[in-house]
Design a protein around this ligand. Structure first.
Ligand SMILES: NC(=O)c1ccc[n+]([C@@H]2O[C@H](COP(=O)([O-])OP(=O)(O)OC[C@H]3O[C@@H](n4cnc5c(N)ncnc54)[C@H](OP(=O)(O)O)[C@@H]3O)[C@@H](O)[C@H]2O)c1
Length: 378
């Protein structure tokens, strides 16, 4: 997109074709002289603009659940004025406190959500943990209560709109506020499209995408009343680069990412801060729940790095983060996506090609009048 915007910049910028002049359309980097410079200026301007969009907004007040940048400065000045020696790590510790705040986390029975519940509670937040498996939530909340005794869990299916809305209502009823909403619940769908039923598409969209819309819609009025809040949506790197057999999962996460970007625009000035997280390969049980064996064999990272990234985004008011931040595989995939998208698709297909027998069987089922996903007899 950056490339396309740069092309546009050069095309409409000073020195582009004058009236009546014919010219051969060429890429900006194929041109010489001043056009090259304009391309560079354009790229830098857009990069700065993009960076500006992803960092702090000015409206940072205490009601947002953490100290804003200005408040950290004020604290530092005041502590210095009182002769207190303030080191950077102490400042960071102060900034990291979520004491007295209420954090609602979906998908908190395992993986990133369970880790988030624990780490938020350790920093003083009262946690409301949501998922379907009550026995796992019970254990998560027992640990949270060691730090914040008011923490509790709600067991149910967030893919059910009534339940998704009720978790926000119950949180407000019992705790009176909601400072951070973490939309993290999701199911994997690593499955070839020939093997997937239409009902599965609906379920994936309800759990991975619509649940976040429902909780967000329910939470915004409360956050407006209390003066601010944070909405953290856990998307996936798959929303940026779709791997083979992940059409539905990636589509649900791409929808979540687009929804989050829309929220970022629409909530401007409300002091409701929106965070979009793109985890890469994280070592959780989601990998054991895949419908078909995953082809990825590389390193997986601990869930705590995702939670640290969430803290960082809330505190520094960052909009978006990819975790891990400097993984060479993710970085090169992003570069290829931007610069050579067809090369990236080619490479990914080579890494996980469609086996000829899968296609053959799909053809046979189609000839027999079966719908996609009707694979029982295979
Ligand atoms: N691990 C990775 O490599 C990775 C990579 C990219 C993105 N992510 C994203 O990170 C988030 C957390 O995933 P994870 O890796 O921690 O996997 P996980 O351990 O499987 O966690 C998924 C959580 O979602 C809950 N959940 C699933 N369906 C639900 C439903 N219908 N209603 C309520 N809760 C439901 C699960 O609990 P119950 O089964 O008890 O309901 C579980 O607590 C997900 O959004 C995932 O897409 C993970």
């Amino acid at each position: 997109m950056l490339g396309a915007m740069c092309e546009l910049f050069v095309a409409v910028g000073p020195g582009s074709a004058r009236a009546g002049e014919t010219r051969t359309p060429r890429r900006p980097w194929q041109r010489g002289g001043r056009a090259d410079l304009r391309f560079v200026y354009g790229a830098v301007a857009i990069a700065l603009w993009q960076r500006g969009r992803s960092v702090a907004r000015p409206e940072q007040v205490a009601s947002d659940g953490v100290l804003g940048a200005g408040q950290r400065e004020a604290l530092l000045v005041s502590e210095r004025a009182h002769g207190v020696r303030v080191c950077a790590s102490r400042m960071r510790k102060v900034a990291e406190t979520f004491a007295g705040k209420v954090v609602l986390i979906t998908g908190a029975s395992s993986g990133i959500g369970a880790e988030a519940a624990q780490m938020f509670a350790e920093r003083g937040a009262t946690v409301v943990a949501v998922a379907r498996r009550a026995h796992l939530l019970d254990a998560v909340i027992a640990n949270c209560r060691k730090h914040t005794p008011e923490s509790f869990f709600l067991a149910g299916d967030v893919g059910d709109r009534a339940f998704a809305e009720s978790i926000v209502a119950t949180t407000l009823e019992r705790l009176g506020r909601i400072d951070v909403l973490v939309n993290n619940a999701a199911i994997s769908k690593h499955k070839h499209v020939y093997h997937t039923r239409a009902e599965e598409a609906e379920a994936v969209m309800r759990i991975n995408f619509l649940s976040a819309v429902w909780t967000t819609f329910a939470a915004i009025p409360a956050m407006l009343r209390q003066g601010g809040g944070n909405i953290v949506n856990v998307s996936s790197f798959a929303a940026k680069v779709t791997p083979p057999r992940e059409a539905l999962y990636a589509a649900s996460k791409a929808a979540l990412s687009a929804f989050t970007e829309g929220l970022w625009h629409d909530l401007e000035g409300s002091n409701i801060h929106v965070v979009l997280v793109h985890p890469g390969p994280i070592d959780t049980e989601i990998w054991l729940k895949e419908d078909e064996p995953p082809s990825y064999r590389g390193k997986k990272y601990p869930p705590s790095i995702v939670v640290e990234a969430i803290f960082d985004c809330i505190q520094r008011r960052l909009y978006e983060v990819t975790v891990p931040r400097r993984n060479p595989m993710l970085m090169s995939a992003r570069f290829l996506r931007l610069a050579f998208p067809s090369l990236l698709r080619w490479g990914m297909q080579k890494a996980d090609p469609v086996p000829p027998e899968v296609l053959e069987k799909a053809r046979a089922r189609s000839r027999a009048g079966k719908q996609l996903g009707e694979v029982e007899e295979d």
